[in-house]
Design a protein. Structure first.
Length: 144
C-alpha cells in the first residue's frame, strides 16, 4: 500500500490553516468552536508528540472502494469522494491526497486504509480527523 496522504505533510505547508484552527480554539467568545488543547496547541511539537506516542486516540478503518462519488455544489462534477465498504459498514469519505496526481489511485475495487485521530472539540464532542491514508489500487484481497 502507498501512503497518499499525511496530515503532518499537509500542515507543514499550510501555516494559515494551523493559525486559524489555533485562533478558533482560543477564542473565548465562541466556546463551541475549535479544539480543546488537551494534547497541546494544534500541530505543535507537543501535539505531534502526542500523536507519535499514541496519546491521541486513533481509529483505523480498512475497506474497499465501492464507488467514486461527486459530493458538493461545484460546477466541476468530477468525483471528489469515495464510498468505502468495510466488514461493518459503508461510508462516504473525501479523497485525501498530498499530491493531486495520486487521486487517480482512487479506483473502484481498490483497498484503502484511513487512520483517524479522535480530537476533542471545545463543545464536548470528538472530531475524527484523518491523519493518514494508504491505498492499493490493485485487487483488494483481505480487509483484515
Amino acid at each position: 500500500m502507498k501512503e497518499i496522504y499525511s496530515l503532518r505533510r499537509r500542515l507543514t505547508n499550510d501555516h494559515e490553516h494551523v493559525k486559524l484552527v489555533r485562533k478558533a480554539s482560543r477564542d473565548r467568545k465562541r466556546k463551541w468552536a475549535g479544539l480543546k488543547e488537551t494534547f497541546g496547541p494544534y500541530a505543535s511539537k507537543q501535539w505531534w508528540q502526542a500523536w507519535d506516542d499514541g496519546t491521541i486516540p486513533r481509529v483505523v478503518k480498512r475497506g474497499t472502494i465501492s464507488e467514486l462519488v461527486y459530493a458538493g455544489m461545484d460546477t466541476d462534477q468530477t468525483p471528489n469522494s469515495v464510498m468505502i465498504k468495510t466488514h461493518e459498514e459503508s461510508f462516504l469519505e473525501g479523497m485525501y491526497v498530498n499530491d493531486e496526481a495520486d487521486k487517480e489511485l482512487y479506483v473502484v475495487g481498490g483497498l484503502v486504509e484511513l487512520v483517524y485521530g479522535l480530537l476533542p472539540l471545545r463543545n464536548g464532542e470528538d472530531h475524527d480527523c484523518v491523519f493518514n491514508v494508504r491505498i492499493s489500487s490493485g485487487e483488494a484481497n483481505a480487509l483484515g
